[in-house]
Design a protein around this ligand. Structure first.
Ligand code: ZN
Ligand code: ZN
Length: 194
C-alpha cells in the first residue's frame, strides 16, 4: 500500500493586483521511497510541513512534477541534487533518462493527462482508502471559487490557462473513471462520485 498525504494545502488568490499562489504539495511514501509531488512556491510552509513529518530536505528521494508551471515547481531549488521526474523523464543534473508507466521502483502509476498544458501528467496511487489521483491542474480552483464535484461540474470546470480543450476533457474523464479520490492542483481533495 502506498501512503499519500497532502503536505501543504494549496492557495490561489489575488492581493492588490498580485497573484499569490502555491500548488498542493503531496508527500508519497511507497516501496521505501519518499516522493514529493509539486513542491510549490511557499518555502516556509513546505519546510515546516516536512519538519512536522520528521523529515529534512535530504530525506526526500525524488520530486515529481505534474507540469511546468512556476507555481508548482519553484521550490525545486530547495532540493539540490535530487532527481526530478516529469511524465516520462528522470532528470539528474545534465542527464535525462526516459521511463514509462510507473515511477521506477514504485507502484505509482504515471498517467499522461494533456489539456491544461501539453506535458501534464497525474499520478495514481493505491492507498488504504482507495485509488488516489494526484491530479495537478487537471482541476484547480481559486480560493473564492466554490468547488463543485459532481461529474458535469468537474468536466466543465473552467480553466483560464487551457491549452487544449478536447484533450483536457478526455484527461478529466479518464481520471474520474479510475480514481476514488482526487487531489487537485489548487483546492481540497475530493471523493469521486461513482
Ligand atoms: Zn497551478
Ligand atoms: Zn498549471
Amino acid at each position: 500500500m502506498t501512503d499519500v498525504k497532502v503536505l501543504v494545502e494549496s492557495y490561489s488568490r489575488e492581493e492588490n493586483g498580485v497573484e499569490v499562489t502555491s500548488s498542493s504539495t503531496v508527500l508519497i511514501k511507497d516501496s521505501g521511497l519518499k516522493i514529493l509531488v509539486d513542491p510549490g512556491t511557499n518555502k516556509e510552509l513546505l519546510l515546516e510541513a516536512l519538519s512536522k513529518e520528521g523529515l529534512k530536505q535530504e530525506d526526500i528521494d525524488l520530486i515529481f512534477i505534474t507540469h511546468y508551471h512556476p507555481d508548482h515547481i519553484l521550490n525545486i531549488r530547495l532540493f539540490p541534487g535530487k532527481d526530478i521526474l516529469d511524465r516520462n523523464t528522470i532528470y539528474r543534473d545534465d542527464r535525462a533518462v526516459g521511463f514509462s508507466g510507473k515511477i521506477p521502483h514504485t507502484n505509482i502509476r504515471v498517467i499522461e493527462t494533456p489539456g491544461h498544458t501539453h506535458e501534464h501528467a497525474c499520478l495514481l496511487a493505491e492507498t488504504e482508502k482507495g485509488k488516489v489521483a494526484i491530479a495537478g491542474d487537471l482541476w484547480w480552483w481559486s480560493d473564492e471559487e466554490e468547488q463543485k464535484t459532481d461529474y458535469e461540474s468537474l468536466m466543465n470546470h473552467r480553466d483560464p490557462y487551457l491549452k487544449d480543450k478536447e484533450a483536457l476533457k478526455e484527461s478529466r474523464d479518464k481520471i474520474l473513471e479510475i480514481a476514488d479520490y482526487v487531489i487537485p492542483g489548487h483546492g481540497k481533495m475530493f471523493k469521486v462520485k461513482k
